[in-house]
Write a protein that binds this ligand. Structure first.
Ligand code: RNT
Ligand code: ZN
Length: 413
């Protein structure tokens, strides 16, 4: 019997429909971050990467312009099953001729991205870029300097307009995530004032008229950054309270919490209080290191929480990592496929049965089944899904990347 048929029978014995799991997963878009392709450098070349984040490594082949970045994204997506979205930062504006500063960005500076998205049937998500810029050498939206705050308020408003343009052109929502690096290396004398400024700045941004049915503004919290170890203005409490009070979406990045705190444990609470939530899935190794997403316990647990709470339509998943020490396309393909494998594992789990065991207090039986399920033939279902989506199975995709590395990436010197 063929391996998929066998796996299908094995799963059907525990009440799981593998065909349905495949179809569900192939319809679930993940937002792939453009910034893995060029180590978060962007095209505006205003300054080196700042904001307390770091891409380490110097693997050859970094995309240096939009032609290269688009070609790399296109290649990576061709090896990932399903149809997805791309996640852009404002620093990836494309200027034909006249260059403008970030507070003056317009939809036209992203027209080429829209053409690219249309060609590949992708949605676009967006992020104002409040780092790697002379005006971001200190605090940004929380700055004591009114003119600096105003510059970044204008930038975020411009980004909302651009997000509206994406949504309109592409016929799908645009999730626009605000993250500020603002914080302090050492112990603040005043924790309140910057947070008050941040709050007022956000109020000013959200005071503009925009189509809330298409543009989903999110706020991403953080616990610390490199050089901002003692204080982060946009802490978890700040961002959650703000989002809840103003009716915007909270965004949780699983690299942005204390090391023993898990985003997987937060999702159910968030779902009780928000209609929609957003995630940046990443892999923090000892700090917010943004390693490539693996098919590991926490990624699987995050996926489980989305699926078992029936929240695939309420949780917006994006990836956020930047590894410059390995082939950058491989990083994308692995991260995306791993997130999908984690979701597939969750879709192949008999959640109702497990929940019933918990309810009935049958905790021994619960542990037995949870552990036995780990060696069920998920790989055979994954291969079937890849075949159905016409992408290479198992590690076969890497041959394509290797060819691309030899023919394209190695020539980028
Ligand atoms: C930084 C945040 C943020 C960035 C991207 C580039 O710690 O995670 O999401 O990684 O916007
Ligand atoms: Zn993030």
């Amino acid at each position: 019997m063929d391996r998929y048929q066998n796996a299908k029978n094995v799963y059907s014995k525990i009440g799981v429909d593998t065909d349905k799991a495949i179809a569900t997963l192939l319809n679930f878009p993940i937002s792939m971050h453009c910034w893995q392709g060029d180590d978060v450098q962007g095209f505006d070349n205003i300054g080196p990467l700042s904001g307390g984040i770091q891409a380490t490594g110097n693997y050859p082949g970094r995309a240096r312009d939009y032609h290269e970045l688009m070609a790399d994204i296109e290649k990576a997506l061709s090896l990932i099953p399903g149809t997805h979205r791309i996640n852009l930062h404002a620093s990836y504006a494309i200027f034909d001729g006249e260059k403008v500063d970030r507070d003056k960005l317009e939809p036209k500076h992203f027209a080429k991205w829209v053409d690219f998205a249309k060609k590949h049937k992708l949605g676009i998500d967006f992020n104002p870029t409040l780092f790697s810029h002379p005006m971001a050498s200190g605090l940004t939206l929380s700055s004591p300097d009114k003119s600096i705050r105003q510059f970044w308020i204008d930038h975020c408003k411009a980004c909302i307009k651009i997000s509206e343009y994406f949504a309109k052109e592409l016929g799908t929502h645009c999730l626009m995530n605000i993250w500020i690096p603002d914080g302090m290396k050492d112990i603040p004398a005043d924790r309140l004032a910057p947070r008050k400024h941040f709050k007022e700045s956000l109020d000013a941004i959200l005071g503009m008229d925009y189509d809330r049915s298409r543009v989903f503004v999110c706020l991403e919290s953080k616990v610390f950054g490199i050089g901002f170890e003692s204080y982060t203005v946009g802490s978890s409490e700040f961002c959650l309270n703000y989002s809840s009070q103003k009716g915007i979406m909270p965004l949780m990045d699983n690299g942005h919490y204390h090391p023993t705190e898990l985003v997987s444990d937060k999702i159910s609470s968030m779902l009780l209080f928000y209609d929609k939530i957003a995630l940046h899935v990443t892999r923090p190794v000892r700090w917010d290191s943004d390693h490539v997403v693996l098919f590991d316990d926490e990624t699987r647990e995050i996926a489980k929480e989305i699926v078992c709470n029936d929240a695939l339509s309420r949780v917006y998943v994006a990836l956020d990592f930047f590894d410059a020490s390995i082939n950058r396309l491989s990083a994308w393909v692995l991260g995306m496929r791993n997130m999908q494998k984690a979701l597939l594992a969750a879709l192949l789990t008999p959640h109702n049965q497990l929940k019933a065991l918990q309810q009935a207090g049958k905790l021994t039986e619960l542990m037995v089944l949870q552990e036995e399920l780990k060696l069920y033939p998920i790989g055979d279902v994954w291969n079937q899904l890849c075949e159905q989506a016409r992408v290479p199975v198992q590690q076969d995709w890497f041959a394509e990347i290797k060819k691309y590395e030899d023919n394209v990436l190695k020539k980028r010197v």
